[in-house]
Design a binder for this molecule. Structure first.
Ligand code: ZN
Length: 231
């Protein structure tokens, strides 16, 4: 079975037998080199470099120029980046500025972008409308928004990825949303590097489809979403 893990992080321990493409995202400057090194040694790794909203406040001055230079020097996507307003103390303007900048890099360099969004759906849609969706593709990972947000993002051609955490038994609202996502724009991920086959099996039960069919569908979708970075 061919499996596509649309979002995970270091340490990337690889997987066993089924061929698995893994999108490995950097979240701050300290891990960008390690993500590139991982991709250089493993042809099944798609590297992404970005500044996660959690790390905007502590990013060293000049990170923008260094990210720009690395993206130009290497065939990688942009992310993980986005907006996370879950914490009271979140510096929303700073997060928005960092996200805008990374969307602009994705536009300028024609790279796909991996988006993190938590309790910031209205602003996410605003910024995507103002900056435009990067034409090389975009996904929102570990999706936790409403069915209305699914429709709005779908109209923009954005892929929606679901993680093991979001499919946990108690998260019935996310289960409903998972059922509402059109199969053409559905992706699945481990996020923490766990067992992708289990994520697929859980999502398949929730959607009422065969796990093999869902694996094949998310594989094809992954290749489409990240086509700019495929060999
Ligand atoms: Zn992540």
């Amino acid at each position: 079975m061919l499996l596509f893990d649309a979002h995970r992080h270091l340490p990337d321990t690889g997987t066993g037998s089924p061929v698995q493409i893994r999108v490995v995202c950097g979240t701050r400057e300290a891990d960008w080199d390690a993500v590139l090194a991982q991709a250089a040694t493993d042809p099944h790794v798609i590297p992404m470099l970005g500044l996660h909203p959690w790390f905007v406040a502590t990013a060293a001055p000049g990170w923008e120029a260094r990210l720009d230079a690395l993206l130009r020097a290497h065939r990688t996507g942009v992310g993980e980046c986005g907006l996370d307003f879950a914490r009271e103390a979140a510096d929303r303007p700073a997060q928005e500025q960092a996200f805008r900048l990374q969307l602009r890099l994705a536009h300028a360099l024609h790279r796909p972008v991996a988006i993190h969004a938590v309790r910031a759906w209205g602003r996410l849609l605003d910024l995507l409308r103002e900056e435009g969706v990067p034409p090389a593709g975009a996904l929102v990972h570990a999706f936790s928004g409403s069915p209305e947000t699914v429709s709005a993002l779908q109209a923009m051609g954005i892929f929606l990825s679901f993680s093991a955490e979001g499919l946990a038994p108690a998260r019935t609202k996310i289960h409903e949303v998972l059922r509402a996502v059109p199969s053409s724009h559905l992706l699945l991920e481990t996020d923490d590097g766990g067992d992708l086959e289990r994520v697929i099996a859980t999502a398949a039960v929730l959607r009422g489809v065969a796990a093999e069919d869902l694996a094949a569908r998310t594989w094809k979708n992954g290749l489409r979403c990240f086509k700019e970075l495929m060999a």
